[in-house]
Design a binder for this molecule. Sequence first.
Ligand SMILES: [Zn+2]
Ligand SMILES: [Zn+2]
Length: 347
Amino acid sequence: MADMVVVRKEGLYCVPGQFYIDPWRPVERAIITHAHADHARVGHRHYLCAASGVAVLRARLGPVSIQGLAYGETVDHHGVTVSLHPAGHVLGSAQVRMEHGGQVWVASGDYKLQPDPTCAPFEPVRCDTFITESTFGLPIYRWQAPQEINDEINQWWRRNAAEGRTSVLFCYAFGKAQRILAGLDAAIGPIICHGAAQVLTQVYRESGVALPATVMVGDVTDKAALKTAMVIAPPSAAGSPWMKRFGDYSDAFASGWMLLRGARRRRGVDRGFVLSDHADWPGLMQAITATQAERIIVTHGSIPVMVRWLQQNGWQAGGFDTEYGDDEADDGADAASATAQEGAPHA
Ligand SMILES: [Zn+2]
Ligand SMILES: [Zn+2]
């Protein structure tokens, strides 16, 4: 039987359904797994995504034509029954289930199995072929419980505040920022969001996700309050003039890469917190097993290692070459290099 999904120069293509999944070149019909920039690009004629992801997608892409589908709701495209299922990655993230001719394929987009109060939990979907991401697809990647990381972040903030130093936490503005906000102890001090994070945080609130109050730095009139503040900013803000107003501050970076590449990545920041919106190795294996799929196709990340491991363990496995990036790695590189170049004037 012919493959239901193939790679074309525009992106992953569902042949019988005549639509693309997270295409990297402009197409007629795109199903978007989530609104991270490398998966959700501008220029497609029709967008379909999870209903809970429509507001985020619109905030990032502007007034494009988007159809929202409730999780589990089905739609027919040329005889392919399509439905979206929670991926647990960020607000509105979805796996795409496609059923045609008695076969079921699922494309995962990005996903994680760890609990995250800012989005719907990952749902295993039974299928014959599972297309999985592999951002952290090496056995060395194992995450701590999210509550431990939240506690570490709050302890770091509390100590800085007690010593009269602003805490600046660099993280991806969409998804990671809101997940961190949800775990902050707002009793410690005011929470300041950089504009890039503030816009998306507001979209989360309007979508019904409970997050602590945040302000923009211009709204802080009591300058003494800055000394006890937590600042959530994208890595691109590191070393920028925007940072100068904080005077003496301690900075940190939150990413899954902090686990291994910490020494290099942390050169420019004081702390690294290992927090990822992607599945770790046990999570990937748990998700793959839960699908009961016989065939696994691995996308962006550690493709050769995971394919070999899967083949040795009884799966039919192969890889798809895609143009999806790595949000966490890009962020890490930005933070380290930007801060190093500017020679950050802080303790
Ligand atoms: Zn993503
Ligand atoms: Zn991705």
